[in-house]
Design a protein around this ligand. Structure first.
Ligand code: MG
Ligand code: MG
Length: 283
């Protein structure tokens, strides 16, 4: 499961295309847009790059029918794009996977539809902050439990809860491979990280209780109590030079309509918002 430098470069290409797909999808998010239209924007990007969709046909109760998963409000992950129209105040989690030359890039983000509640903003911020806390520890010598614990502590310090049933995961030739990296754990436990390990870190966070249910469509996972959820994910490589976010966008980039500094940081794959000044808006 250790990736060579050459393999990391292929994964970087997959990750870059995946980021472009998420950016295109997020740019469609607006009151009145359907989640199928959001999915179509991501699918277009994959088509333009002749890249394969990792999610389409993914085995489950039935083969997964779309390029992205789009999960609205209480829906946490695996929501199926449909004719559902987004409404002002919703928050929308978009997850996408891209395959290039047999290697997978996997990443996700949550975006607001217009103005959203204070709780929704705090939830998205805490989830992204937890992702960066995990990324920071993706270094040789750290253990997966250190990464898991950092994510859990960041989320719980903000007053929210991490999901137990779904985890971050190794990624490469397959979308899900070893090691598992849960969003909760004990420091000093788990696999010791080495240069060449690649993991999709993905805090999935619930504003309320950490209990979920699967909806009637047999794919969508939602909070049991109906409260809001958020999800941010990056594919990250452990290298001797430090964490390398494979699903970031090459800089400089322009965020069409996605202005909050949170998204500069997300797409840059790093917390310092060196590029935010380019946007003229650092909300
Ligand atoms: Mg994903
Ligand atoms: Mg994943």
């Amino acid at each position: 499961m250790l990736k060579s430098q050459r393999e990391l470069e292929i994964m970087r290409r997959a990750g870059q295309i995946n980021a472009l797909a998420l950016l295109a999808a997020a740019s469609v998010v607006a009151p009145g847009a359907t989640t199928a239209e959001v999915d179509a924007a991501a699918a277009d990007v994959l088509r333009q790059h002749a890249a394969e969709a990792a999610f389409l046909g993914y085995p489950g109760a039935y083969p997964y029918p779309a390029v992205t998963t789009i999960s609205v409000n209480d829906e946490l992950v695996h929501g199926i794009p449909s004719d559902r129209r987004l409404r002002e105040g919703d928050i929308v989690s978009i997850d996408c996977g891209t395959v290039v030359e047999g290697f997978v890039g996997d990443s996700a983000l949550t975006v607001p539809v217009g103005e959203v509640s204070d709780e929704a903003e705090r939830l998205m911020d805490a989830t992204l902050t937890a992702l960066f806390a995990g990324i920071e520890l993706m270094r040789p010598g750290q253990r997966t439990g250190d990464v898991s614990a950092a994510i859990q502590q960041t989320v719980e310090a903000a007053g929210f809860n991490v999901v137990r049933e779904y985890t971050g995961h190794g990624v490469g030739r397959n979308m899900h491979e070893d090691p598992q990296v849960p969003n909760y754990g004990q420091p000093g436990t788990g696999l010791q990280l080495r240069s060449g390990v690649t993991v999709a870190l993905e805090p999935m966070v619930l504003a309320g209780a950490a209990e979920t249910k699967v909806l009637k469509d047999q794919w969508t996972v939602a909070s049991l109590d109906g409260r809001l959820t958020a999800h941010f994910e990056h594919t990250v490589a452990v290298t001797d030079e430090g964490p390398r976010v494979l699903t970031a966008l090459d800089e400089p980039f322009t965020l069409d309509g996605l202005m909050p500094v949170r998204y500069n940081q997300y797409f840059a794959g790093r917390r310092e918002s060196a590029i935010s000044s380019m946007q003229g808006d650092t909300r």
